[in-house]
Write a protein that binds this ligand. Structure first.
Ligand code: PEP
Ligand code: MG
Length: 477
């Protein structure tokens, strides 16, 4: 192994071993080993200083090969106004976080960006996916004016955000928030969230050296419930693996982690983590408000196995009857939606994973980003089938993938008959404003045409005339 690889493997192993020591004070020292380990790793890699950001005045645009979700959370928001990574994809978890933090970002920029010298002036346009290097005076003025216009449009949508998202002809769609922490919630409510459609609980497990205790989890959930004040909360159980490893959960090396032991598969392999989480959910639950959702279900057997644990834990602590649902993010689950709908109360369609699995295009691999457009008719047909099958059984269907915040997709998604769309916080008000402008009849026609298209580009062309004057999401960003 190279020196860096050998060093990384040994200090990480040591950090995990320390984190497993029973004495909590000693276990917490694992973070120090990680920190020192990372500093030495940076020296080995020839990175002069690990404090580039601290040494510089803002505003800054961070340019790097890639960012992990924890790097993204750690960015100093008082200085960092945007980031650009040469790798990654629009549905990588770092990009999802950037969206929920409202940070302009470009992913998959190509390697040239890495050659930029520190201190170079740039304009980052996250909508178009363009990084302008050494812009002239006119370009800077135009960028500032465009940012101001976007802020004004958004501010108008936010002023109306509390109004329901009802189409011109009276069809209402719930618009909820995807959040990963309590801190995002007040803004979500101020910007019109009808509830939380996806709480990505794995974020509560990141940036630490051991899993949060049941007590800690209960207190976070209770606080979220309190702030929600009666609005619904969908708690997704731990979805780790893939691009979200946890340092203190030992995982075998897998050559295809996205096709390996992730999501519900890992939870079933490590039921200790799941059981603590379920106990916290039942103990925090308030009647009618709490919904539990299991990620990455690909098969009826998995659903039965997890339902068994869910019921066992509920009975052990005499927990309340909590509404139970699953994510539909694996094509097999979409194809078997009629069977799965019998066993659950609701579905939430995860288009980020559904797209990568349907089109066989890794959501992190920049070389296949062009292929993985969730507007592809193959994905839309699976969404359509899922909705119809669930509605046949009178089950609620939400969508919580990034597609829900894609302005070009909204008319199609409304037309396919979703009951709820759940999006990152900065997109809430804009999605609601757009739905209020749509007609339910026309949206249904557009959706039927979309299902007959041959390519994602054709679908995008269909909806463009309905979106005049709105900035559409560029798929490279
Ligand atoms: C999805 O896959 O669409 C989803 C919402 O889950 P995540 O992005 O957290 O994998
Ligand atoms: Mg997913």
């Amino acid at each position: 192994q190279s020196a860096s690889q050998a060093w990384k493997a040994s200090f990480e192993e040591m950090a995990v071993r320390i984190s497993e020591i029973e004495d909590a004070v000693i276990a917490a020292r694992s973070a120090d080993v990680q920190d020192v380990g990372n500093r030495i790793l940076r020296k080995l890699a020839g990175i002069e200083s690990d404090d580039v950001l601290r040494e510089r005045e803002g505003p800054l645009v961070v340019v790097s090969d890639d960012l992990t979700p924890s790097d993204t959370i750690a960015l100093d928001r008082s200085k960092v106004v945007g980031f650009c990574t040469s790798a990654g994809g629009p549905t990588s978890h770092a990009a999802i976080l950037a969206r929920s933090l409202g940070i302009p970002a470009i992913v998959n920029s190509g390697k040239q960006a890495l050659e930029l010298v520190n201190g170079t002036q740039v304009i980052i346009d996250g909508t178009a996916g363009v990084l302008t290097i050494d812009p002239d005076h006119d370009s800077v003025a135009a960028a500032r004016a465009s940012a101001r216009r976007q802020e004004e449009t958004h501010a108008a949508a936010v002023r109306a955000a509390i109004q329901p998202a009802t189409t011109q002809d009276g069809h209402r769609v719930a618009v909820c928030a995807n959040i990963s922490s309590l801190t995002e919630l007040p803004k979500a409510l101020a910007e019109g969230a009808d509830g939380v459609g996806l709480l990505r609980t794995e974020w509560l497990f990141l940036e630490r050296t051991g899993p949060p205790s049941e007590k800690e989890q209960i207190s976070v959930l209770q606080e979220i419930i309190r702030v929600l004040d009666g609005r619904p909360l969908v708690v997704r159980t731990l979805d780790i693996g893939g691009d979200k490893p946890l340092p203190y959960v030992a995982m075998e090396h897998e050559s295809n982690p996205f096709l390996g032991e992730r999501g519900i598969r890992l939870a079933l392999a490590r039921p200790d983590l799941l059981r603590v989480q379920l106990r916290a959910i039942f103990r925090a639950a308030q009647a009618d408000q709490m919904r539990v959702m299991f990620p990455m279900v690909s098969d009826h057997g998995e659903l039965q196995a997890v339902t068994k644990i869910f019921e066992e834990v509920r009975q052990e602590i005499s927990g309340p009857a909590v509404v139970k649902g699953i994510m539909i993010e694996v094509p097999s689950a979409a194809l078997m939606a009629d069977v799965l709908a019998e066993e659950v109360d609701f579905f939430s369609i995860g288009t980020n994973d559904l797209t990568q699995y349907t089109l066989a295009a890794d959501r992190l691999n920049p070389r296949v980003n062009g292929l993985s457009d969730a507007m592809h008719p193959a994905v839309l047909r699976l969404i359509d089938q899922t909705i119809r099958m669930a509605h046949n059984k009178e089950k609620h269907v939400a969508l919580c993938g990034e597609l829900g915040a894609d302005i070009q997709a909204v008319p199609v998604l409304v037309g396919l008959g979703l009951d709820e769309i759940s999006v990152s916080v900065p997109a809430l008000a804009d999605v609601k404003a757009l739905i209020r402008e749509l007609s339910w009849d026309t949206s249904r026609e557009i959706a039927q045409q979309a299902l007959k298209c041959a390519t994602a580009e054709e679908v995008r062309k269909l909806t463009t005339p309905y979106l005049v004057g709105r900035s559409t999401l560029d798929r490279g960003t």
